[in-house]
Design a protein around this ligand. Structure first.
Ligand code: DLL
Length: 436
């Protein structure tokens, strides 16, 4: 089922035409209304008239997160403030947040993106959609909310946290679709397992999980599908581009379709800034083709992934994106080796003895990087003998060494000892950064 069949299955030639028309308009609009774009284009010697089709996009300069910070809070807005109807902001861990402003048209496009995702997951007006993404400045809560309302589902806006109430309402209001981060879904699943009054099979009606806002792996998908008796789908997005629903998976769960009529994607080599060969891994760059409030042109997301242009079995012609390995700034360089937390997660979940909760600490002692991973035992393995535990640990270390090419020190810790996250999980403490 499609939410907007004409667009989602549009012939690629026709789509290209639509993208071209929208890009030409966007470039003129941003040049006329935003000093940042005017200055950058002037510096690059590009005039709006030079952009005649989407093929000319590579003539345009890139935009980086730092640019949005430098022009904080609203200097990259293209629409007058009287037309802005909502703000969101991304949670920068350091420095100023990125503020995004939306016109009513932007909110309509955003909720259409989410509605297309939900429809692809099989969500209809018959569903009860529990939105356990945080509501507020974070785009997750309100973004999922508006999209679910657009498909006519009944929205249960629980926001994140207060897990026992989440479970109570999930049972009593017969939630069929759950929206939250995969980390919070794992915590909810564990809490349900530990709740003597709730049985997933008998008491819950969950069918669909709508998970995103942080990297997650195929092994995490299996874990969540088994624990919650659902089909778990990926939803992708970012504040700078709009929020959740820049793309989502279809029933084949074989890549995340990006809604290219609104968000034009490119993959570049983050070092040379040149486009990579089709299908190759690189940094994802977006140009928003329909946004009015805070459009972005060639915005470097720092998300590392690849794009698949083959037509999908679902009939959608929109490009598919592979799993996000992580943001380039989530990548740890430990003793010269590149390590993504999502790869660690995947290895841990291959072993049935662990919960999938983990925490990585990296430090530098006597000029050598240290690399420690705490992994949590499942309660049913807690009483195992020391020999058995050592054996389990060796298996995990062996697996990590073969996948990462570097040996961590693994610490097996008690069930429930690693702090749970209600939103995006924090899996890493890099003490090297603290001492700099
Ligand atoms: O996380 C928007 C969102 C909310 C997406 C709810 C999906 C669901 P930000 O807080 O600006 O916005 O963070 C955006 O999160 O650049 C990725 O690095 C990461 N991210 C988002 N979705 C996924 C995903 C929201 N499905 C940043 N897989 C992005 C992997 C994701 N990473």
């Amino acid at each position: 089922m499609y939410f907007n069949e004409r667009i989602e299955t549009m012939e690629r030639l026709q789509l290209r035409q639509l993208q071209s028309e929208r890009l030409v308009k966007l470039v003129k609009y941003t040049y006329d209304n935003v000093k940042f774009y005017r200055e950058r284009m002037d510096e690059a010697g590009v005039k709006p008239e030079d952009i005649k089709s989407i093929d000319d996009i590579s003539k345009l300069p890139f935009m980086k997160k730092q640019d949005l910070r430098d022009y904080y809070p609203t200097d990259t807005f293209a629409a007058p403030m009287k037309d802005i109807v909502r703000f969101h902001a991304s949670s920068g861990t350091t420095g100023k947040p990125i503020v995004a402003g939306y016109t009513q048209h932007d909110l309509d496009c955003w909720s259409e993106g989410v509605a297309r995702c939900l429809t692809a997951y099989g969500v209809t007006k018959e569903d009860v959609v529990q939105v356990s993404y945080g509501y507020g400045l974070f785009t997750g809560g309100l973004g999922a909310h508006d999209g679910a309302q657009k498909v006519g589902a009944a929205v249960l806006p629980t926001s994140s946290g207060n897990t026992s109430k989440q479970i109570l309402l999930m049972k009593d209001l017969k939630t069929t679709a759950l929206c939250c981060t995969p980390s919070y879904a794992l915590f909810l699943a564990e809490s349900i397992e530990n709740d003597p009054n709730t049985d997933v099979e008998k008491d819950l009606h969950l069918r669909v999980g709508i998970f995103g806002a942080e990297p997650w792996t195929e092994n995490m998908r299996k874990e969540l599908e088994n624990k919650l008796h659902i089909k778990a789908y990926d939803i992708y997005g970012l504040t700078e581009v709009s929020g959740p629903g820049v793309g989502g998976e279809c029933e084949y769960q074989d890549g995340t379709h990006l809604w290219e009529d609104m968000f034009f994607p490119e993959i570049i080599d983050p070092v040379t800034l040149q486009p990579v060969e089709p299908g190759q891994e690189g940094e994802l760059v977006f140009t928003t083709l329909t946004k009015e409030g805070m459009p972005v042109v060639r915005y470097r997301t720092r998300d590392l992934t690849h794009l698949i242009y083959d037509k999908c079995r679902c009939g959608r012609t929109m490009v598919r994106m592979g799993r996000i390995l992580g943001r380039s700034d989530d990548m740890l360089i430990i003793r010269g080796v590149n390590v993504f937390p999502s790869t660690i997660e995947s290895c841990i979940l291959e072993l049935p003895e662990f919960t999938g909760q983990y925490f990585v600490t990296v430090d530098r002692v006597n000029n050598v990087d240290t690399f420690d991973i705490e992994v949590e035992l499942r309660p049913e393995f807690y009483g195992e003998s020391m020999d058995k535990l050592l054996h389990i640990k060796d298996r995990l270390v062996g697996r990590l060494v073969s996948v990462l090419g570097i040996k961590p020190v693994v610490h097996i810790v008690e069930p429930n000892s690693i702090e749970r996250s209600m939103g995006k999980a924090k899996h890493v403490l890099d003490k090297r950064k603290l001492s700099n």
